[in-house]
Design a protein around this ligand. Structure first.
Ligand code: TMP
Length: 224
């Protein structure tokens, strides 16, 4: 039994999950909790390499087309490494771990988006991640249109500022994203104890307050 608490954030690209994760981390830290944040793919040295292979749309020019099963396996290689290097040590030390995407993303993007099927993803999770489950998943599900608009704007900024792009997934068509959206809804209804879905197109501050309430019900303030 670990002493910490494991929270993941999920949603489509542009759903606002990264902003909300940062705000929750700041709020928990200001209350005196020890907080560790990370994102997937990435976060470890190995994971950062995998991230650039998987997300840069120019990868395929040098590596050739990435097969859906290779994509899935690389996502899990990244995840296994971050569980080993970051997540388990942090949980063992009693920290609250906030992770930007986890296996639900693989189920939604590779399982549904790439049509590999949920069973294959869940079997991989059992084999490679020892079935480590989050204690709580915050799923941000504003409308599909709003998410995609934000994601595409952000990616243009990324290209301008850093000269790299992370839009291999954002070139996919609307049907791909509709399958992902639907898969997230299925996951939320399958695991209502773990997954809290926030569907509102509310302001950043309103959603932040809502998330803070959900988390306070599960994690009391530390005794100082
Ligand atoms: P993000 O860091 O902006 O959320 O982008 C990560 C991208 O990688 C996003 O398009 C979703 C995709 N992804 C998968 O397809 N499968 C996965 O298992 C994970 C973690 C991410």
């Amino acid at each position: 039994m670990s002493r910490g608490y494991f929270i993941t954030f999920e949603g489509l690209d542009g759903s606002g999950k990264t902003t909300q994760l940062r705000r929750l981390a700041a709020s928990l830290q200001s209350e005196g909790h020890k907080v560790v944040t990370l994102r997937q793919p990435g976060g470890t040295a190995l994971g950062d390499r995998i991230r650039s292979i998987l997300l840069d749309s120019r990868s395929e020019a040098t590596l050739g087309a990435i097969a859906p099963l290779s994509e899935m396996a690389l996502m899990f290689a990244d995840r296994a490494q971050s569980i080993h290097e970051i997540i388990l040590p942090a949980l063992d030390s009693g920290a609250i771990v906030l992770c930007d995407r986890y296996t639900d993303s693989s189920e939604a993007y590779q399982g549904a988006g790439r049509e590999l099927g949920s069973e294959r993803i869940l079997a991989m999770h059992r084999a490679v991640c020892d079935n480590l489950q989050p204690d709580l998943t915050i799923l941000l599900l504003p409308s599909l249109e709003a998410s995609l608009r934000r994601a595409r704007r952000r990616n243009q900024r990324h290209v301008q500022q850093k000269g790299t792009d992370e839009n291999r997934f954002e070139r996919e068509d609307d049907a791909f994203y509709q399958r992902i959206y639907r898969a997230y809804e299925v996951i939320a209804s399958r695991e209502p104890q773990r997954v809290v879905a926030l569907r509102e197109d509310a302001s950043i501050v309103q959603i932040e307050t809502h998330i803070r309430e959900i988390v306070s019900l599960r994690i009391p303030a530390p005794v100082i």
